[in-house]
Every structure is written in C-alpha cells, then in structure tokens.
Design a protein around this ligand. Structure first.
Ligand code: HEC
Ligand code: HEC
Length: 110
C-alpha cells in the first residue's frame, strides 16, 4: 500500500516537473529593429511561460499567433487595432496592462 502511494507520488512529481521543463522562456521581438530604434523603444520581451500559466495554448495558437518564432508580423498599428498583443481580452482590456505602457513590453536590456 505504502509503496503504491509512493509510486503515485513519484508519478505526479514527474508529471509536474516535466510540464515545467516544457515551458518556453522569454521570447524577444526585435524584427523591426530599425523602427524600434527610431521610436526610441527597446525590443519587446514576451514572457511565454507566464502566459502559459494563465491561458491555454489554443487561446493563442493558431488564431492569434502562429506557434513559430518570427512567423508573426507584429507592428504597433496591428496591436492597436486589435490584433496580436492587442487582441480582445488581452492588452487592450481590463485583464492586462494597457498598450500605452510601452516600457512594460519594450524592456529588453541592450
Ligand atoms: C498568450 C498567448 C500564448 C499562449 C497562451 C501560448 N503561446 Fe506559444 N507563443 C506565443 C507567442 C507570441 C509566440 C512567439 C511567436 C513569434 O515569435 O512570432 C509563441 C511561440 C510558440 C512556439 C514557437 C517557439 C519557437 O522557438 O519557435 C511554440 C512551439 C509555442 N508557442 C507553443 C505553445 C504551447 C504548447 C502553448 C501552451 C502550453 C503555448 N504556446 C501557449 C503566444 C502564446
Ligand atoms: C503588450 C506589449 C506591447 C506594448 C505595451 C507596446 N508594444 Fe510596441 N511592440 C510590441 C511587439 C511584440 C512588437 C513587435 C516588435 C518586433 O517584432 O520587432 C512591437 C513593435 C513596436 C514598434 C516597431 C514596429 C512598428 O510598429 O513600427 C514600435 C515603434 C513600437 N512597438 C512602439 C511602441 C510604443 C511607442 C508603445 C507605447 C505607446 C508600445 N510599442 C507598446 C509589443 C508592445
């Protein structure tokens, strides 16, 4: 009995640690290097793991973002008009900090 409980505990432990290990880290958006520089903002940092904690994969993939690094042509105009980061319920709603807080996203240290 004790052994069975122990093996279940190990199984659960293995599951949760492998789920953590699978999380993606920060993704840096700097495709638009030239216009970022011109506007005087740093490249944007997307904390993938934090978003994984709050949403399901298919909340974003594929309807908001293609799940391939560099595959999404994100501009601020698109963000402001309700695509990508500015999609409904995201950074143009009460649920997350708003798009005018530039430095919360544009914060990669250079
Ligand atoms: C809040 C939205 C969001 C959620 C939720 C989300 N992702 Fe992503 N994911 C992104 C963004 C943004 C990128 C970066 C795309 C880019 O670089 O253009 C990305 C990138 C990826 C990539 C590509 C990584 C690479 O190095 O090329 C994979 C794979 C991925 N996500 C899988 C997942 C899985 C699996 C889940 C659920 C556990 C998930 N995503 C949840 C937004 C999200
Ligand atoms: C929720 C996150 C987020 C916020 C807030 C945000 N941005 Fe962005 N912004 C991005 C992402 C992601 C990109 C894509 C960058 C790339 O791929 O190079 C981007 C791109 C840009 C670009 C380059 C592309 C273009 O459209 O010209 C500029 C300039 C820019 N942002 C300025 C701003 C300014 C100014 C603010 C505040 C008023 C702001 N951003 C707020 C996420 C954000």
């Amino acid at each position: 009995m004790a052994q069975k409980i122990l093996s279940i505990a190990f199984f659960v432990l293995a599951l949760s640690s492998s789920a953590d290990a699978g999380k993606l880290g920060d993704i840096i958006f700097d495709d638009k290097a030239e216009s970022l520089k011109k506007a005087g903002v740093a490249p944007a940092v997307f904390p993938h793991a934090r978003h994984e904690d709050i949403y399901k994969c298919d909340d974003c993939h594929p309807k908001i973002f293609q799940d391939k690094r560099g595959a999404n042509n994100i501009t601020m105009q698109k963000n402001m008009s309700g695509e990508f980061c500015g999609s409904a319920d995201c950074h143009n709603s009460q649920k997350a900090f708003p798009l005018y807080q530039c430095d919360k996203c544009h914060r990669e240290k250079k």
